[in-house]
Unconditional design. Sequence first.
Length: 321
Amino acid sequence: MSKKKIAVLTSGGDAPGMNAAIRSVVRTAISHGMEVMGVYRGYNGLISNDMKPMQLRDVSDIIHRGGTILYTARSLKFKEPEGLAAAVENCKKNDISGVVVIGGDGSFRGARALSNAGIPCIGLPGTIDNDISCSEYTIGFDTAMNTAMSMVDKLRDTAQSHDRCSVVEVMGRAAGDLALKTGIAVGATYIIVPERQFSLDEVIERMERTRQSGKKHFIIVVAEGIGGVDEIARKIEEATGIESRATVLGHVQRGGSPTVRDRVTASRMGYHAVQLLEQGIGNRVVAVEHGKIVDYDISEALNMKKTFDEELYQVALDISI
Ligand code: ADP
């Protein structure tokens, strides 16, 4: 009897730790007696049949590397019925009986479509935004937080030397978790996130209050979902007279060698995904719940609402006086 064969791909925005997840999928599959195909550039690779068999040594020396050795892409074609049909056709032609999809919400929608078309798929949350509702944690988040923290630490040095205010935009798309945790870690005077209403008057009032107790330089962290840091800096300077500079950290937050947490989480999730496919189970998303690796039906996962850590936000406010 021929061996069971699965495939792995990375899709959507890249995140540090995706390579560790690919490695885990390949090594788990092979150690469980399966074959694995690596698919290039997300769903595009399924449509164009751009894939190759992965052996144990093909994933050597990648656990510490950011990015993804399989490359990633956003595939508009895959959203069309013809694109999906071509992907299904190529999976069948290559005897692929399941696919591990590493990506975000959009990629999981694709994984659901492919599962419904007869190819069982397992989604692994890989995004620096930590914006997957069903999971406490997503691969790449810890590395991105640490990158953002060290960048803002550098900005603090110069803000401090010049008695300036540094207004910094960190990534996170519509989610404020990256901004919140980075903001706490860098001792931000204020953290502006999409989940909480904010008024610039409140930010300015807090700056004035801390100035009275001797504070001379300020860091204001702004989530990507709010944006407009140039405007915020200009208004702060106008209202306070404190020279204010805006910085958008940007894609630097998506790169770099993954942290221990990202490598370990990716390894655990990859292992779990292969175990599901081994049993012929598809249409699931792997998640972290109370520190344990679990899985959810994709539709159920996509319908969950991401909660914002209000308690932690209050901590941030209370200690940034
Ligand atoms: P992310 O996975 O990071 O959220 P995107 O939202 O760009 O990134 O989605 C990645 C890819 O997933 C898309 O380019 C597309 O190929 C596929 N995808 C997204 N939504 C759907 C959908 N509704 N049906 C089928 N495929 C989808």
